[in-house]
Design a protein around this ligand. Structure first.
Ligand code: ADP
Ligand code: MG
Length: 562
């Protein structure tokens, strides 16, 4: 039986639908990119499943999308012969938002339409964008391998509810019929549609078909033919010089499900012992689950241009989990699995090479586009700081990419590199001084800094949670060791003059009795009392011994219940 039921959208989906219809108004044409992108994903999924089970093709392995218009009915239909959906899948995928971080996303909304549409951009709303141009959407779909009688019809006006019922559909795949809103006539125009497809979906590797335009009188008698509107070759297989920046950007949106442009990318073909192509992108915005170390990450893996899996996380280390893109290998087997990837020594080789590519791409951006790099640092700097601990071999390279706040600027912006610091080091200074505290102001106002300020020695100000972890793995940079300005005996070494040293020794002698008395009074609380030259204004301060845990680390461990 058809078993028609009406269901309510998940609350978040409802909110999102409403928002999208109202805030993406200025860029309505993107709905077509989203629907074609889904059709292409569906083709990828079918090809992958068919590797194991050829019968899923039902004799039709020529995968494609078709866009057609019915001017009189004012409908636009996007149909594919991809994997299709079962009834349960329809309800799940077209009734809820399964992606993590939805609640956080909605919390981030401001009510300001301009800002919110940017946020929606980061979130990616895919299928629901159909409602930007349609006041009714009908999806008819049949999953590959299911009988014709088990197709599903989904219908909604994009408000609170949708209905699903079981219907007949002879051909496999999904057809999406949009009933255009009264102000969306432009999307029933053939030329307009072609130009949108060229603009956004040219890189899609399956053909996008439209009915050939009938120009001459003769044509009128012939049956209408289809023609391919896009280039229909996987973008990464083309040569770099043939691909425009616009095409690279559109492809990024397709693979990342992001609406914003990427900051930069790197496209490379490697031939030799291993043969593979990679196209790696740095996004402009951090995803909401960046700090969830179990969140989705990794590259889209293809083997000889056949899609194998999303989120293949074996190709990059965890601290580069924000990188998006594609890797297409000619060496791996088509039935490679996550388990196999974990064991394959070739993957380690690729991972080393891809890691280097990413670090080189970031180094280049830092050098040539410092403004872009500053944006990158704001979004991803904290994750990059996990690098030296995770990737010993690339420690120096990563360190070069780090940015810090410093007493040189005395501002909370992390915009000073270690090379900047070194270029300002004093004559005779051989260490890089830093101080870690729980926030910028505490770091900046630390009494430990008094003597440094007096002597004009720069100190890096660290106040991110990850900083103490970082510094426990970063021993030196460019041959200079790091020194915590708040720890242990302070030896400004060659920076003190002979006169200063003599004066200090004399003072120490005179103050000995005082020290004895203070030590006695604080017997139970401190390990040692000593004269210091690090203070110029405060009378005294507490110092952690050289090899003890720093205050910040101690707080983190305490919070973690240790
Ligand atoms: P995303 O593509 O980012 O997953 P969408 O909102 O675009 O999000 O689509 C939601 C889900 O609906 C997809 O992940 C897919 O499972 C399903 N879907 C959408 N369109 C199609 C289609 N043409 N064929 C098969 N499944 C589809
Ligand atoms: Mg999508």
């Amino acid at each position: 039986d058809a078993h028609k039921e009406t269901l309510g959208f998940q609350t978040e989906a409802k909110q999102l639908l409403h928002l999208m219809i109202h805030s993406l108004y200025s860029n309505r044409e993107i709905f077509l990119r989203e629907l074609i992108s889904n059709a292409s994903d569906a083709a990828d999924k079918l090809r992958f499943e068919a590797l194991e089970n050829d019968s899923l093709y039902e004799g039709d392995s020529d995968l494609k999308v078709r866009v057609s218009v019915d001017k009189e009915a004012r409908t636009l239909t996007i149909s594919d012969n991809g994997i299709g959906m079962s009834r349960d899948e329809v309800i799940e995928h077209l009734g809820t938002i399964a992606k993590s971080g939805t609640a956080q996303f909605l919390k981030n909304l401001t009510g300001d339409q301009k800002k919110d549409s940017k946020l929606i951009g980061q979130f990616g709303v895919g299928f629901y964008s159909a409602f930007i141009v349609a006041d009714k959407v009908v999806v008819t779909t049949r999953k590959a391998g299911f009988p014709a009688s088990e197709a599903v019809r989904w219908e909604s006006a994009g408000e609170a509810e949708f209905s699903v019922e079981t219907v007949e559909k002879a051909d496999r795949g999904t057809s999406i019929e949009l009933h255009l809103r009264s102000d969306a006539d432009e999307f029933a125009d053939d030329w307009r549609l072609r130009s949108i497809i060229k603009k956004y979906s040219d890189h899609i590797d399956i053909p996008v078909l439209m009915q050939k335009l009938q120009t001459s009188e003769e044509d009128k008698d012939k049956a209408p033919e289809d023609e391919v509107v896009n280039t229909a070759t996987a973008l990464w297989t083309r040569s770099r010089s043939d691909i425009s920046d616009e095409e690279y950007k559109e492809f990024y949106k397709h693979v990342s499900h992001d609406y914003a442009d990427p900051l930069t990318w790197s496209h490379n073909r490697v031939e030799g012992k291993l043969d593979y192509t990679s196209l790696l992108y740095v996004p402009e915005h951090a995803p909401f689950d960046l700090y969830n170390r179990d969140g989705a990450r990794g590259l889209k893996l293809y083997v000889q241009r056949t899609f194998i899996m999303d989120d293949a996380e074996q190709f990059l280390p965890l601290y580069l989990r924000f990188i998006k893109g594609v890797v297409d290998s000619n060496d791996l087997s088509l039935n490679v699995s996550r388990e196999i990837l974990q064991k394959d020594p070739n993957i380690d080789t690729m991972r080393t090479a891809l890691t280097k590519r990413v670090l080189d791409m970031l180094t280049k951006m830092a050098k040539n586009e410092p403004e872009q790099y500053a944006k990158f640092w704001t979004e991803f700097g904290q994750v990059l700081k996990e690098g030296p601990a995770e990737d010993f071999a690339n420690r120096e390279k990563i360190a070069k990419l780090l940015r810090f706040a410093s007493t040189h600027t005395d501002k909370p912006e992390q915009d000073q590199s270690l090379d900047d610091y070194i270029s300002r080091m004093q004559e005779g200074q051989d260490k890089i001084y830093y101080i870690a505290a729980e926030n910028f102001n505490t770091a900046k106002n630390s009494p430990h800094l008094e003597v440094f300020r007096k002597k004009g020695i720069e100190v890096l100000l660290m106040f991110d949670r990850v900083d103490e972890w970082l510094m426990s793995h970063l021993m030196e940079y460019d041959g200079k060791s790091f020194q915590d300005a708040g720890k242990g005996e302070l030896d400004l070494g060659k920076l003190d003059s002979e006169d200063e040293k003599q004066a200090q020794e004399k003072q120490a002698e005179e103050l000995k009795p005082l020290l004895e008395r203070v030590k006695k009074a604080l017997e139970n609380d401190v390990a040692e009392v000593r004269i210091t030259h690090r203070l110029t204004e405060s009378p005294a301060c507490v110092v952690v011994a050289e090899h003890e845990m720093g205050a910040q680390m101690r707080r983190i461990l305490e919070q973690a219940g240790q």
